[in-house]
Ligand binder design. Structure first.
Ligand code: CTP
Ligand code: CA
Length: 230
């Protein structure tokens, strides 16, 4: 529908959520990728929509479908994701970078499937991908609000320090620290997030289903943007 409920906390706002793990192709059948089902990101998109926002999902890959009313753009690699965000940058208010972006990609793409016996599959040269979030974090951002994620297998102070380094390097307004392991964080499982502000302070912590965590994250974005206006 075209009705805008202006009483909702994100009405009139365009929220862009990137999600899923990028797949950096080696040849037509093989890739180097990052684990991420896109479920947490899709839950965030769902809750942003419920909060009245116009929502665009930029998906590297997703194992769950998008709710009706969300625009989905496909961006399977880091470079394509950066280009897709650039397309909507002028028109976005909140960017939630939930995608698991591969840090490196194969230096060359082979248009033909490499044969096992070719001797080319045991050493694949990699080149660094751009840090997409840092790229946008360093642009003239106006009132745009940037949310990053940090996946860490570290614990305690070490995890906090690693997250702080990411906050400063990428210039995010809010960072969701996700403590991941073999059996936590990925897939159809509950999640827990430690929220940190642009100064690197812990401002909230929440655990629950991915939809509960997404709702808490949206609330945190609304709160942080309100306090910035004061
Ligand atoms: N990110 C990005 N572009 C990259 C790598 C990461 O935009 N090339 C974003 C992710 O989407 C996430 C945040 O940066 O929001 C942190 O990602 P993470 O992998 O935890 O951090 P890195 O800076 O890549 O550090 P490392 O993998 O060494 O922990
Ligand atoms: Ca990384």
């Amino acid at each position: 529908s075209t009705t805008v409920d202006s009483s909702l906390p994100l009405s009139g706002q365009h929220v862009v959520v990137t999600l899923g793990g990028t797949k950096e192709p080696i040849d037509p059948v093989r890739y180097i990728g990052n684990r991420s089902s896109g479920r947490q990101g899709m839950a965030i998109a769902t809750q942003a929509l419920a909060a009245g926002a116009r929502v665009t999902v930029i998906a590297a890959h997703h194992e769950v479908s998008a709710p009706a009313g969300v625009t989905v753009v496909s961006a399977p690699t880091a470079l394509k994701m950066q280009a897709a965000i650039a397309q909507v940058w002028d028109d976005l208010d909140v960017l939630v970078m939930a995608a698991a972006v591969a840090d490196y990609r194969p230096a060359e793409y082979h248009g033909e499937k490499l044969k096992k016996a070719s001797g080319k599959l045991n050493r694949i040269e990699l080149v660094e991908n751009p840090d997409v979030l840092a790229h946008f974090g360093h642009l003239e951002r106006g009132s745009r609000f940037l949310v990053g994620f940090a996946a860490e297998t570290l614990t305690g102070e070490d995890a906090k320090e690693a997250a702080q380094a990411k906050i400063f390097a990428k210039r995010v307004d809010l960072l969701a620290l996700n403590l991941v392991g073999e059996s936590t964080g990925f897939g159809d499982v509950p999640n827990s997030l430690i929220m940190m502000d642009s100064a690197g302070e812990i401002v909230a912590q929440f655990a629950g289903t991915k939809i509960e965590v997404a709702q808490a994250l949206i609330n945190q974005i609304v709160l942080a943007r309100e306090s910035r206006e004061e």
